[in-house]
Design a protein around this ligand. Structure first.
Ligand code: XIL
Length: 388
Protein backbone atom coordinates (compact mmCIF):
# COMPACT_ATOMS: atom_id res chain seq x y z
CA UNK A 1 0.00 0.00 0.00
CA UNK A 2 2.64 2.44 1.04
CA UNK A 3 4.38 1.83 -2.26
CA UNK A 4 1.16 2.67 -4.04
CA UNK A 5 0.78 5.85 -2.03
CA UNK A 6 4.25 6.86 -3.04
CA UNK A 7 3.65 5.98 -6.69
CA UNK A 8 0.53 8.06 -7.12
CA UNK A 9 2.15 11.51 -6.91
CA UNK A 10 4.91 10.32 -9.28
CA UNK A 11 2.25 9.07 -11.70
CA UNK A 12 0.34 12.33 -11.45
CA UNK A 13 3.52 14.30 -12.07
CA UNK A 14 4.26 12.17 -15.12
CA UNK A 15 0.74 12.75 -16.44
CA UNK A 16 1.08 16.49 -15.97
CA UNK A 17 4.42 16.38 -17.75
CA UNK A 18 2.98 14.48 -20.71
CA UNK A 19 0.03 16.92 -20.94
CA UNK A 20 2.44 19.86 -20.86
CA UNK A 21 4.58 18.31 -23.57
CA UNK A 22 1.54 17.70 -25.78
CA UNK A 23 0.34 21.27 -25.24
CA UNK A 24 3.80 22.59 -26.04
CA UNK A 25 3.97 20.52 -29.22
CA UNK A 26 0.52 21.68 -30.29
CA UNK A 27 1.37 25.31 -29.61
CA UNK A 28 4.56 25.03 -31.68
CA UNK A 29 2.59 23.39 -34.48
CA UNK A 30 -0.03 26.11 -34.41
CA UNK A 31 2.56 28.87 -34.25
CA UNK A 32 4.37 27.78 -37.39
CA UNK A 33 1.20 26.64 -39.11
CA UNK A 34 2.27 23.07 -39.68
CA UNK A 35 0.66 19.70 -39.14
CA UNK A 36 -0.08 17.88 -35.90
CA UNK A 37 1.09 14.26 -35.51
CA UNK A 38 -2.25 12.80 -36.60
CA UNK A 39 -2.85 13.34 -40.30
CA UNK A 40 -6.41 13.52 -41.51
CA UNK A 41 -6.33 14.26 -45.28
CA UNK A 42 -9.87 15.67 -45.20
CA UNK A 43 -8.34 18.42 -43.08
CA UNK A 44 -5.05 18.98 -44.96
CA UNK A 45 -3.70 21.35 -42.31
CA UNK A 46 -3.40 18.38 -39.96
CA UNK A 47 -0.89 16.74 -42.31
CA UNK A 48 2.72 17.32 -43.20
CA UNK A 49 3.72 17.07 -46.85
CA UNK A 50 5.66 13.94 -45.93
CA UNK A 51 2.66 12.20 -44.43
CA UNK A 52 0.61 12.93 -47.54
CA UNK A 53 3.44 11.96 -49.89
CA UNK A 54 3.77 8.63 -48.08
CA UNK A 55 0.03 8.06 -48.45
CA UNK A 56 0.24 8.96 -52.14
CA UNK A 57 3.24 6.62 -52.62
CA UNK A 58 5.31 9.36 -54.15
CA UNK A 59 8.76 10.59 -53.19
CA UNK A 60 8.68 14.22 -52.16
CA UNK A 61 12.20 15.52 -51.84
CA UNK A 62 14.32 18.49 -50.95
CA UNK A 63 18.06 19.11 -51.04
CA UNK A 64 20.63 19.52 -48.30
CA UNK A 65 24.20 20.57 -47.83
CA UNK A 66 26.16 18.90 -45.02
CA UNK A 67 26.02 21.99 -42.78
CA UNK A 68 22.25 22.20 -43.17
CA UNK A 69 21.76 18.74 -41.67
CA UNK A 70 23.03 20.03 -38.33
CA UNK A 71 21.15 23.33 -38.49
CA UNK A 72 18.00 22.86 -36.46
CA UNK A 73 15.79 24.95 -38.77
CA UNK A 74 16.76 22.93 -41.81
CA UNK A 75 17.01 19.53 -40.14
CA UNK A 76 13.60 19.59 -38.46
CA UNK A 77 11.74 20.77 -41.55
CA UNK A 78 13.54 18.37 -43.89
CA UNK A 79 12.77 15.35 -41.73
CA UNK A 80 9.24 16.45 -41.07
CA UNK A 81 8.12 17.48 -44.54
CA UNK A 82 10.06 15.28 -46.99
CA UNK A 83 10.53 11.56 -47.50
CA UNK A 84 13.40 11.98 -49.97
CA UNK A 85 16.66 13.91 -50.03
CA UNK A 86 19.20 14.92 -52.67
CA UNK A 87 22.65 16.14 -51.59
CA UNK A 88 22.74 19.56 -53.31
CA UNK A 89 26.48 19.57 -54.03
CA UNK A 90 28.25 17.07 -51.76
CA UNK A 91 28.27 14.15 -54.22
CA UNK A 92 29.46 16.08 -57.27
CA UNK A 93 32.88 15.32 -58.74
CA UNK A 94 34.25 18.74 -57.73
CA UNK A 95 33.24 18.04 -54.14
CA UNK A 96 34.34 14.42 -53.80
CA UNK A 97 37.61 14.54 -55.76
CA UNK A 98 38.79 18.17 -55.93
CA UNK A 99 42.32 16.96 -56.68
CA UNK A 100 43.23 13.87 -58.64
CA UNK A 101 43.04 10.55 -56.81
CA UNK A 102 42.19 12.09 -53.44
CA UNK A 103 38.57 11.42 -52.58
CA UNK A 104 36.80 13.18 -49.73
CA UNK A 105 33.33 11.89 -48.97
CA UNK A 106 32.99 13.63 -45.60
CA UNK A 107 30.19 16.02 -46.57
CA UNK A 108 28.38 13.46 -48.69
CA UNK A 109 28.54 10.94 -45.82
CA UNK A 110 26.96 13.54 -43.53
CA UNK A 111 24.03 14.18 -45.85
CA UNK A 112 23.52 10.50 -46.61
CA UNK A 113 23.61 9.57 -42.92
CA UNK A 114 21.06 12.30 -42.14
CA UNK A 115 18.73 10.86 -44.77
CA UNK A 116 19.17 7.31 -43.49
CA UNK A 117 18.65 8.38 -39.87
CA UNK A 118 15.38 10.00 -40.90
CA UNK A 119 14.14 7.23 -43.20
CA UNK A 120 14.43 9.40 -46.31
CA UNK A 121 15.16 7.98 -49.76
CA UNK A 122 18.34 9.30 -51.34
CA UNK A 123 18.98 10.51 -54.88
CA UNK A 124 22.70 10.26 -55.54
CA UNK A 125 23.32 13.42 -57.52
CA UNK A 126 25.46 13.13 -59.58
CA UNK A 127 28.23 10.85 -60.85
CA UNK A 128 28.99 12.79 -64.05
CA UNK A 129 27.87 16.34 -64.83
CA UNK A 130 28.46 17.22 -68.46
CA UNK A 131 28.99 20.95 -67.93
CA UNK A 132 32.58 22.16 -67.85
CA UNK A 133 31.75 25.00 -65.44
CA UNK A 134 31.10 22.34 -62.82
CA UNK A 135 33.89 19.89 -63.72
CA UNK A 136 37.07 19.94 -61.61
CA UNK A 137 39.85 21.94 -63.26
CA UNK A 138 42.27 19.01 -63.20
CA UNK A 139 39.80 16.95 -65.27
CA UNK A 140 39.35 19.73 -67.83
CA UNK A 141 43.09 19.60 -68.45
CA UNK A 142 43.06 15.98 -69.67
CA UNK A 143 42.97 15.98 -73.47
CA UNK A 144 43.81 12.33 -74.15
CA UNK A 145 40.50 10.37 -74.31
CA UNK A 146 42.05 7.19 -72.90
CA UNK A 147 43.44 9.03 -69.88
CA UNK A 148 40.11 10.83 -69.41
CA UNK A 149 38.18 7.54 -69.55
CA UNK A 150 40.35 6.18 -66.74
CA UNK A 151 39.40 9.17 -64.56
CA UNK A 152 35.71 8.93 -65.41
CA UNK A 153 35.62 5.24 -64.60
CA UNK A 154 37.53 5.77 -61.35
CA UNK A 155 35.10 8.48 -60.24
CA UNK A 156 32.04 6.34 -60.90
CA UNK A 157 33.55 3.26 -59.28
CA UNK A 158 34.98 4.96 -56.19
CA UNK A 159 31.79 6.88 -55.47
CA UNK A 160 29.38 4.00 -55.97
CA UNK A 161 31.62 1.62 -54.00
CA UNK A 162 31.82 4.06 -51.11
CA UNK A 163 28.03 4.37 -50.90
CA UNK A 164 27.13 0.76 -51.76
CA UNK A 165 24.28 -0.42 -49.56
CA UNK A 166 23.39 3.17 -48.60
CA UNK A 167 22.60 4.97 -51.86
CA UNK A 168 20.38 2.95 -54.18
CA UNK A 169 19.51 5.56 -56.80
CA UNK A 170 21.99 7.55 -58.89
CA UNK A 171 21.89 10.35 -61.40
CA UNK A 172 24.60 8.69 -63.46
CA UNK A 173 24.70 11.46 -66.05
CA UNK A 174 23.53 15.03 -65.53
CA UNK A 175 22.91 17.57 -68.33
CA UNK A 176 24.45 15.84 -71.38
CA UNK A 177 22.73 18.36 -73.67
CA UNK A 178 23.58 22.03 -74.29
CA UNK A 179 21.99 24.17 -71.59
CA UNK A 180 19.95 26.31 -73.99
CA UNK A 181 20.07 24.08 -77.07
CA UNK A 182 19.36 20.65 -78.43
CA UNK A 183 22.83 19.38 -79.30
CA UNK A 184 25.48 17.87 -77.06
CA UNK A 185 26.83 20.03 -74.24
CA UNK A 186 30.35 21.38 -74.67
CA UNK A 187 31.67 19.14 -71.90
CA UNK A 188 35.05 17.41 -72.03
CA UNK A 189 33.09 14.20 -71.50
CA UNK A 190 32.04 14.27 -75.16
CA UNK A 191 35.76 13.87 -76.01
CA UNK A 192 35.29 10.25 -74.97
CA UNK A 193 33.12 9.69 -78.03
CA UNK A 194 29.33 9.51 -78.48
CA UNK A 195 29.09 6.26 -76.50
CA UNK A 196 30.28 7.85 -73.25
CA UNK A 197 26.79 7.99 -71.72
CA UNK A 198 26.04 4.32 -72.47
CA UNK A 199 29.48 3.36 -71.12
CA UNK A 200 28.84 5.26 -67.88
CA UNK A 201 25.50 3.50 -67.32
CA UNK A 202 27.00 0.08 -68.09
CA UNK A 203 29.86 0.66 -65.68
CA UNK A 204 27.48 1.95 -62.96
CA UNK A 205 25.32 -1.15 -63.41
CA UNK A 206 28.32 -3.43 -63.06
CA UNK A 207 29.46 -1.65 -59.89
CA UNK A 208 26.02 -1.91 -58.24
CA UNK A 209 23.60 -4.12 -60.20
CA UNK A 210 20.78 -3.32 -57.76
CA UNK A 211 20.97 0.47 -58.09
CA UNK A 212 18.42 2.51 -60.00
CA UNK A 213 20.21 4.47 -62.71
CA UNK A 214 18.92 7.82 -63.96
CA UNK A 215 19.74 10.42 -66.55
CA UNK A 216 18.92 13.98 -65.47
CA UNK A 217 18.43 17.01 -67.75
CA UNK A 218 17.81 20.75 -67.50
CA UNK A 219 15.31 22.94 -69.33
CA UNK A 220 13.32 20.38 -71.32
CA UNK A 221 10.13 22.05 -70.10
CA UNK A 222 10.93 25.37 -71.82
CA UNK A 223 13.96 25.28 -74.17
CA UNK A 224 12.52 24.81 -77.69
CA UNK A 225 13.16 21.30 -79.07
CA UNK A 226 15.11 20.14 -76.04
CA UNK A 227 12.48 17.66 -74.85
CA UNK A 228 12.53 15.96 -78.24
CA UNK A 229 16.34 15.92 -78.27
CA UNK A 230 16.40 14.32 -74.82
CA UNK A 231 13.81 11.77 -75.88
CA UNK A 232 15.91 10.81 -78.93
CA UNK A 233 18.98 10.38 -76.77
CA UNK A 234 17.18 8.26 -74.18
CA UNK A 235 15.36 6.19 -76.78
CA UNK A 236 18.74 5.35 -78.29
CA UNK A 237 19.98 4.12 -74.91
CA UNK A 238 16.87 2.02 -74.34
CA UNK A 239 17.04 0.54 -77.85
CA UNK A 240 20.68 -0.41 -77.25
CA UNK A 241 19.78 -2.23 -74.03
CA UNK A 242 21.64 0.24 -71.80
CA UNK A 243 20.71 -0.24 -68.11
CA UNK A 244 18.78 2.98 -67.52
CA UNK A 245 15.74 3.09 -65.25
CA UNK A 246 14.58 6.67 -65.14
CA UNK A 247 14.79 10.19 -66.52
CA UNK A 248 14.86 13.22 -64.25
CA UNK A 249 13.41 16.43 -65.57
CA UNK A 250 14.93 19.21 -63.48
CA UNK A 251 12.06 21.67 -64.05
CA UNK A 252 13.79 24.88 -62.97
CA UNK A 253 11.04 27.29 -64.01
CA UNK A 254 11.36 30.85 -65.27
CA UNK A 255 9.71 33.78 -63.46
CA UNK A 256 6.38 34.82 -64.93
CA UNK A 257 5.90 31.87 -67.30
CA UNK A 258 3.02 29.55 -66.45
CA UNK A 259 3.53 25.92 -67.32
CA UNK A 260 1.22 24.35 -69.90
CA UNK A 261 -0.02 21.32 -67.93
CA UNK A 262 -1.19 19.37 -70.99
CA UNK A 263 2.18 19.73 -72.67
CA UNK A 264 4.05 18.94 -69.47
CA UNK A 265 1.95 15.83 -68.83
CA UNK A 266 2.59 14.73 -72.42
CA UNK A 267 6.32 15.15 -71.82
CA UNK A 268 6.18 13.05 -68.66
CA UNK A 269 4.25 10.39 -70.56
CA UNK A 270 6.77 10.44 -73.41
CA UNK A 271 9.35 9.23 -70.91
CA UNK A 272 7.19 6.55 -69.30
CA UNK A 273 6.17 5.28 -72.74
CA UNK A 274 9.83 4.28 -73.16
CA UNK A 275 9.33 1.96 -70.19
CA UNK A 276 11.17 4.27 -67.79
CA UNK A 277 10.30 6.06 -64.60
CA UNK A 278 10.17 9.83 -64.68
CA UNK A 279 10.77 12.36 -61.89
CA UNK A 280 10.71 16.10 -61.37
CA UNK A 281 14.13 16.38 -59.76
CA UNK A 282 14.98 20.05 -59.23
CA UNK A 283 11.77 22.03 -59.05
CA UNK A 284 11.96 25.72 -58.21
CA UNK A 285 9.70 28.54 -59.35
CA UNK A 286 11.31 31.98 -59.07
CA UNK A 287 8.95 34.94 -58.82
CA UNK A 288 9.09 38.71 -58.94
CA UNK A 289 10.57 40.24 -55.77
CA UNK A 290 7.93 42.99 -55.80
CA UNK A 291 4.66 41.78 -57.39
CA UNK A 292 2.12 41.34 -54.53
CA UNK A 293 0.23 38.64 -56.43
CA UNK A 294 3.37 36.62 -57.16
CA UNK A 295 3.08 34.31 -54.16
CA UNK A 296 -0.42 33.22 -55.16
CA UNK A 297 0.61 32.72 -58.79
CA UNK A 298 3.52 30.63 -57.58
CA UNK A 299 1.15 28.51 -55.49
CA UNK A 300 -0.96 27.87 -58.58
CA UNK A 301 2.15 26.85 -60.51
CA UNK A 302 3.33 24.45 -57.82
CA UNK A 303 -0.15 22.91 -57.68
CA UNK A 304 -0.21 22.53 -61.44
CA UNK A 305 3.19 20.82 -61.62
CA UNK A 306 2.52 18.46 -58.71
CA UNK A 307 -0.89 17.60 -60.17
CA UNK A 308 0.75 16.84 -63.50
CA UNK A 309 3.10 14.33 -61.90
CA UNK A 310 0.32 12.70 -59.92
CA UNK A 311 -1.67 12.23 -63.10
CA UNK A 312 1.08 10.22 -64.80
CA UNK A 313 1.64 6.63 -63.69
CA UNK A 314 5.40 6.24 -63.44
CA UNK A 315 6.04 9.80 -62.23
CA UNK A 316 7.56 8.75 -58.94
CA UNK A 317 9.23 11.80 -57.42
CA UNK A 318 8.99 15.54 -57.03
CA UNK A 319 12.05 17.17 -55.48
CA UNK A 320 12.34 20.89 -54.86
CA UNK A 321 15.80 22.37 -55.38
CA UNK A 322 16.34 23.73 -51.90
CA UNK A 323 14.31 24.04 -48.73
CA UNK A 324 13.84 27.72 -47.98
CA UNK A 325 14.00 30.93 -49.97
CA UNK A 326 16.93 31.95 -47.78
CA UNK A 327 19.34 29.50 -49.38
CA UNK A 328 18.23 29.09 -52.98
CA UNK A 329 20.98 28.76 -55.59
CA UNK A 330 18.99 31.12 -57.87
CA UNK A 331 19.77 34.19 -55.77
CA UNK A 332 23.48 33.86 -56.54
CA UNK A 333 23.02 32.81 -60.16
CA UNK A 334 22.69 36.40 -61.34
CA UNK A 335 19.98 35.58 -63.89
CA UNK A 336 16.80 36.81 -62.20
CA UNK A 337 15.84 39.78 -59.99
CA UNK A 338 16.41 38.86 -56.36
CA UNK A 339 15.16 37.68 -54.00
CA UNK A 340 13.77 35.02 -56.32
CA UNK A 341 11.73 33.32 -53.55
CA UNK A 342 11.35 30.07 -55.53
CA UNK A 343 10.65 27.47 -52.82
CA UNK A 344 7.94 26.20 -50.46
CA UNK A 345 9.28 27.88 -47.31
CA UNK A 346 10.22 31.53 -46.89
CA UNK A 347 13.57 32.74 -45.59
CA UNK A 348 12.24 32.42 -42.01
CA UNK A 349 11.28 28.78 -42.74
CA UNK A 350 7.55 29.58 -42.61
CA UNK A 351 5.33 27.70 -45.08
CA UNK A 352 4.25 29.80 -48.08
CA UNK A 353 1.03 29.70 -50.11
CA UNK A 354 2.89 27.28 -52.41
CA UNK A 355 3.35 24.91 -49.47
CA UNK A 356 -0.35 24.92 -48.75
CA UNK A 357 -1.16 24.44 -52.44
CA UNK A 358 1.08 21.36 -52.67
CA UNK A 359 -0.36 20.03 -49.42
CA UNK A 360 -3.91 20.43 -50.72
CA UNK A 361 -3.13 18.73 -54.01
CA UNK A 362 -1.57 15.77 -52.20
CA UNK A 363 -4.47 15.58 -49.75
CA UNK A 364 -6.95 15.56 -52.62
CA UNK A 365 -4.97 12.77 -54.26
CA UNK A 366 -5.08 10.72 -51.07
CA UNK A 367 -8.80 11.26 -50.69
CA UNK A 368 -9.58 10.32 -54.27
CA UNK A 369 -7.16 7.40 -53.97
CA UNK A 370 -5.58 8.50 -57.22
CA UNK A 371 -2.22 7.04 -56.24
CA UNK A 372 0.34 7.66 -58.98
CA UNK A 373 1.70 4.15 -58.56
CA UNK A 374 -1.65 2.39 -59.11
CA UNK A 375 -0.79 1.42 -62.63
CA UNK A 376 2.94 1.90 -62.42
CA UNK A 377 5.00 -0.85 -63.96
CA UNK A 378 8.40 -0.21 -62.40
CA UNK A 379 11.42 -1.10 -64.47
CA UNK A 380 13.58 -1.66 -61.42
CA UNK A 381 12.92 -3.02 -57.95
CA UNK A 382 12.17 -0.26 -55.47
CA UNK A 383 15.17 -0.50 -53.17
CA UNK A 384 14.59 -1.23 -49.51
CA UNK A 385 16.18 1.29 -47.19
CA UNK A 386 17.87 0.05 -44.07
CA UNK A 387 15.69 0.65 -41.03
CA UNK A 388 17.54 2.78 -38.52
C1 XIL B 1 23.60 23.87 -58.26
C2 XIL B 1 23.68 24.12 -56.76
O1 XIL B 1 22.39 24.38 -56.28
C3 XIL B 1 24.61 25.26 -56.48
O2 XIL B 1 24.80 25.41 -55.08
C4 XIL B 1 25.96 25.01 -57.15
O3 XIL B 1 26.79 26.15 -56.99
C5 XIL B 1 25.80 24.72 -58.63
O4 XIL B 1 24.89 23.64 -58.78
N1 XIL B 1 21.28 21.73 -62.24
C6 XIL B 1 21.76 20.72 -61.41
C7 XIL B 1 22.15 21.02 -60.03
O5 XIL B 1 21.77 19.55 -61.83
O6 XIL B 1 23.17 20.18 -59.56
C8 XIL B 1 22.53 22.48 -59.87
O7 XIL B 1 22.81 22.72 -58.50
C9 XIL B 1 21.46 23.38 -60.42
C10 XIL B 1 21.24 23.11 -61.88
Amino acid sequence: MSNGVHRRPAGAAATVLVVLLVLLTLSIDTRIGLASPVCEPQVPSTCSLRQLADMTHIRLGSTAEAAETTDVNHADLLAREFNALTPENALKWYATQPTAWTWDFTDADTVVQFALDNGMQIRGHTLLWAQDTYTPAWVLGISDPTALQIEVDAQITATMDHFAGRVHRWDVVNEPLATLGTGPSDSVLWRLGPQWIADAFRLAHSVDPDAELWLNEYGTDWVPGKHEALLDLVRGLVDDGVPIHGVGLQTHRLPGFAIDPDRFIAQLRDVTSLGLQVAITELDIPISPTDPSALDQQATEYASIVTSCLRVPGCVEITTWGLSDGSTWLDSLGRFPTPTRPLLFDAAFAPKPAYRAVRDVLATAVISESSPTDSLQPTAEEPTLPVT
